[in-house]
Design a protein around this ligand. Sequence first.
Ligand SMILES: Cc1ncc(COP(=O)(O)O)c(C=O)c1O
Length: 470
Amino acid sequence: MLNIMGLNLKDYEMNKIKGQNRRNFMKTVGMTALMSAAASSNSFAMGQSRSKRSKYNFDEVYSRIGVNSVKWDNAIKRYGRENITIPMGIADLDFKQLPEVTKALKKRANYENYGYETIPDSYYQAIIDWNQSRYGLEVKKEWIRNSSALKPGMISSMRALNPVKGKVILQTPTYSGFTGAIHKAGMRVEMNPMKKIDGRWHMDLEDLDNRLDYETKCLILCNPNNPSGECWTADELRALGDVCMRHGVTILADEIHCDYVNKGQKFTPYASIGDKYANSSISYRSPSKTFGQANLKVAYFFTQNKDLMNATMIGGGHDTGCNAFGLIACETAFREGAQWVDEVTDYVDSNFDYVVEYINKEGNMPGVEYSKPEGTYLAWLDCNGIMAKVVTPEYRKAYHEKMKAAGRRHSGLTPEMALGEWIVENSGVELNAGSSYGIGSDGFMRMNVAIPRKHLTIAMDNLNKAFKAA
Ligand SMILES: Cc1ncc(COP(=O)(O)O)c(C=O)c1O
């Protein structure tokens, strides 16, 4: 049974399920265990340095088990409860919701009626104000449309703007879910691989120029880029836009990670870089990554170009999804969540510092290379060294046979998936296999660091032990 701070996983969950508060939890595990866990890592391990002005506690560990969470419950279902210590896969938050949102949702639930509703002006105004105050971006109400999630809006746009069965450009490595969205729109993926230079990924516009043809009229831009974290600069975006405009390509700008920007970095909305660029693009946003509202099913997209919007709505047949709870959660978060976002991004920023320092300490994480990203809460780890060591042909064969025997998908198993399996077996930590992020992802694994520091330190210590013993 894997151990969390002296408690086995089962006891730990039981304590959480019983609704034990943080102070009691600390008492149960004992300050000794806490101090030793902290000492085993480094100064970051003690968690959030809470200034007098910080209002929210992201150090709080609480259970997400038992609510059908993809991150925790699926990992447990797949590997067994005793084999999972810290899942660090799917991109959502292990932090509690902004309390103001919980309060607003409870108030709405007390009304006890869920009949048809319209979208109130105040919802649009909250989006407009958030864009103005956070990024200095003007968005007009008539430019905005609602959606049940980010991808449905994008799928409608692709259907409307790309030739039937045509190709959509992805700049890889990039978010794995785009592939499914492109296929759902009835299109094919065309990869425009990026180049890693001095630790940062760069767009390859020459290659892009060569790939664009009559079959390819949409490009999905991911800014900041999931998984590698680049916050594209205005110059980079304009250079991309110039190539796309020359070929009559519309930029579908996925900016879902835009609120997570590390210290000293800047998010530049695509719609902010100039009129002609804004006019040949649609921007897709959602409070889901920022506030951890993925299952409240609310998102929005906007463009100043009426033709692009009409095409998406009519040609693409976009179905605006109004969910009473999602709309309230989104509006409340944008109205009352500025300080929460400032604090959570500071917290994630120092989680990244912790991870970078840990990995780069001589001999600490053999076979892994990593430097701090500009944005997102995802660490894109170059695990080529450790992969070469542990994913031997024999291990791959055994993994393949194991999947086959379990009746699971076994054709197309990649070395990164085998590495993911090895990491779970040896550390109890689940990471995402890089192979689904497109060309350029060989030997990479994705790690979600939007988790309480205590869990992060346990995960890193477990990885450290596993990699050192390999
Ligand atoms: C870049 C990016 N876009 C879109 C999504 C999914 O958004 P939705 O669930 O709202 O469709 C994700 C989820 O991880 C993402 O990282």
